[in-house]
Design a protein around this ligand. Structure first.
Ligand SMILES: C[S@@+](CC[C@H](N)C(=O)[O-])C[C@H]1O[C@@H](n2cnc3c(N)ncnc32)[C@H](O)[C@@H]1O
Length: 234
């Protein structure tokens, strides 16, 4: 294994963005982490609750951006009936915020078992799936969800753009896919620089979705600029 990156908890607590900056610079040198390696990092960090310690120390501005976007989509009086899939649940910060906003029907999907156990402790999820999302169909009926949320799930070695195919299958017509991540992840990781635009366009021209929003925000996490994309399923 490449040891150029210090993957210990203390490193991520002290300087979380710097950890990911190092993985991005590896991408510049043509080395992309596998999804398995990335999930192993999260599993290791879960043992010491690294992610939650970093969020406690630094805050998580992207949660507020997610909240204000979702508030516009679903007025408070319909939230009881809305079903959400929180892809890349991790330790459950995204799901907890949605739950606090009045959404009681949130399922989570997360490949790191250690992280998923911490998410479960929050008691805000209806169901949790210990799985990675890919283009392969899951054992979940089509048109199950009103919204799929991905908060910080697109990054080096993280979810593939190909997984949008499965998200589209899972979301009801008229429902939404909301993606928020660090801007430089989309702009520098080969997975996204090569496949993002053609994939978005392919689903558009096939009449699968339309893009409702694309915006930048100043701070996703740890002073790194964020990008938000909102799609509506046709
Ligand atoms: C930065 S964390 C984001 C966590 C959470 N959404 C939040 O905002 O607190 C990214 C998560 O994506 C998960 N992940 C990576 N690849 C994935 C995949 N293919 N499918 C689903 N989740 C994935 C990781 O295991 C990790 O827990």
């Amino acid at each position: 294994m490449n040891r150029s990156v210090d993957e210990s908890c203390s490193d991520i607590e002290k300087s979380s963005a710097a950890f990911w900056d190092k993985l991005l610079s590896e991408e510049d040198q043509g080395r992309t982490r596998t999804n398995e390696e990335i999930v192993n990092f999260y599993d290791k960090w879960a043992r010491d609750r690294c992610i939650d310690k970093a969020i406690e120390a630094k805050g998580y501005p992207a949660l507020d951006v997610m909240q204000s976007t979702v508030e516009e989509l679903f007025p408070a009086d319909v939230r009881d009936h809305v079903t959400i899939l929180d892809v890349g649940t991790c330790t459950g910060n995204s799901g907890q915020r949605l739950y606090q906003m009045g959404f009681p029907n949130i399922d989570g999907l997360e490949p790191s078992l250690g992280s998923l156990r911490l998410a479960e402790e929050r008691g805000v999820y209806r169901k949790l799936y210990n799985l990675a999302l890919t283009a392969e169909p899951l054992d979940i009926l089509p048109d199950t969800y009103d919204m799929v949320v991905l908060l910080g799930v697109m990054g080096p070695g993280h979810i593939s753009v190909d997984a949008f195919t499965e998200m589209i299958r899972l979301v009801k017509p008229g429902g939404y896919i909301l993606n928020l991540t660090r801007a430089d992840f989309l702009e520098k990781c080969q997975e996204y620089t090569r496949k993002w635009k053609p994939t978005i366009e392919r689903h558009k021209s096939a009449g699968k979705w339309r893009q409702l929003k694309e915006q930048r925000y100043s701070d996703h996490f740890d002073n790194r600029e964020g990008r938000l994309h909102l799609f509506q399923i046709c």
